[in-house]
Design a protein around this ligand. Structure first.
Ligand SMILES: [Zn+2]
Length: 135
């Protein structure tokens, strides 16, 4: 009988140890993932530091480093091109809106400021935009 209870006790201990092991493993995996993130952040910092050194020509580039720099510069160039495109779209939209406003103002019989071209409020003596005298 003693051996039966010993056996049960051992099984309970084994299950308990396995659960403990699983928790320890999970904690260690979380620790590893956290450290990996820290390393990635460190790599990014190292890269930015090196990039600033390279741009000041304080670091000699070998072929591999040149290739990495080209990739990064390509990214910056693509961003600049996309930003220029956004600006161009915004400029076109603003020009279209301005033209539409002028067309609407003309249709409504409004005059335009001789100085800045802004539609003037009928009956006003000065431009609401630049203050120039009208008429
Ligand atoms: Zn004006």
């Amino acid at each position: 009988m003693a051996s039966f209870f010993d056996s049960v006790k051992k099984t309970v201990q084994d299950v308990s140890n396995k659960t403990g092991d699983a928790i320890d493993t999970q904690k260690l995996n979380m620790k590893i993932n956290s450290e990996k993130k820290n390393i990635e952040a460190g790599y990014a910092k190292l890269g930015e530091y090196l990039w600033s050194k390279i741009n000041k020509e304080e670091v000699a580039k070998d072929e591999a480093l040149q290739a990495i720099c080209n990739e990064i510069q390509g990214g910056f160039d693509n961003i600049a091109a996309a930003e220029a495109e956004i600006q161009s779209i915004k400029d076109k939209a603003a020009a279209a809106a301005s033209a539409a406003a002028n067309t609407a103002a003309t249709a409504a019989g409004a005059a335009f400021c001789p100085n800045c071209g802004t539609p003037t409020v009928p009956g006003s003596k000065f431009c609401g935009s630049c203050g120039a005298k009208i008429g």
